[in-house]
Ligand binder design. Structure first.
Ligand SMILES: [Zn+2]
Length: 206
């Protein structure tokens, strides 16, 4: 019996993916990916996507991040690890469902092959899941851009920029449950951005 790359990936905790030097999915841990896709149906209005193991190979990992700014920031971070400017990225983040608080950890580290070609190991594991009363804003589809009239959710800590539409320096980042305590309105669409402290942490973390 031999341990192949694929059998290792299949045995790893969470979502485990090998990325190539263009940050495209090159190999994927199958068991947990299938479970993840089953557990996370797309928002109601979203076009159905084929997300089987086979069909996601070749897609850029950044396709799975919502919002242009968030996508660009994570893409830059991962490229720094690829190029050796950073040893790794490790960040704890929230990925909630309407009735679940989910605490996650993302680690991205270089795979040393000895060859010229470089790869990254991308691993996202669940640290804790807690049932809680429904917060409908976590059902809303995510727009590509932040805009004045759109609620912005921090892509790392899931805090909400309050009040909606306030300029960057004048907004406060509040817990998503606090948003409803302050009579925040139901929203049809949200955007993802970064609370300044989370953005700073993302740049420093190793
Ligand atoms: Zn945050």
């Amino acid at each position: 019996m031999s341990v192949t790359h694929q059998s290792l990936l299949d045995a790893m905790d969470g979502i485990a993916i090998v990325l190539d030097e263009e940050l495209r999915i090159s190999q994927i841990g199958k068991t947990n990916w299938e479970k993840f896709i089953d557990d996370n149906p797309p928002p109601q209005d979203a076009a159905p996507r084929n997300l089987t193991n086979e069909s996601v190979v070749g897609l850029p990992i950044t396709d799975f991040f919502a919002g242009d700014a968030v996508r660009a920031t994570f893409g830059d971070l991962f490229k720094k690890v690829l190029g050796g400017a950073r040893p790794a990225v490790q960040i704890d983040y929230r990925c909630d469902a309407p009735e679940l608080r989910r605490d996650m950890r993302l680690s991205v580290s270089p795979i040393i092959t000895g060859a010229d070609k470089r790869y990254l190991l991308y691993q996202s594991v669940t640290l804790a899941v807690q049932q809680r009363p429904k917060l409908p804003l976590f059902c809303a589809p995510v727009a590509d851009q932040e805009a004045e009239d759109i609620l912005t959710l921090c892509a790392i800590c899931a805090r909400v920029a309050w009040p909606i539409g306030a300029p960057t320096g004048a907004r406060e980042w509040i817990d998503s449950a606090e948003y409803y305590r302050r009579d925040g309105e139901e929203v049809a669409v949200i955007s993802h951005g970064f609370f300044e402290e989370c953005f700073a942490r993302l740049q420093d973390e190793d």
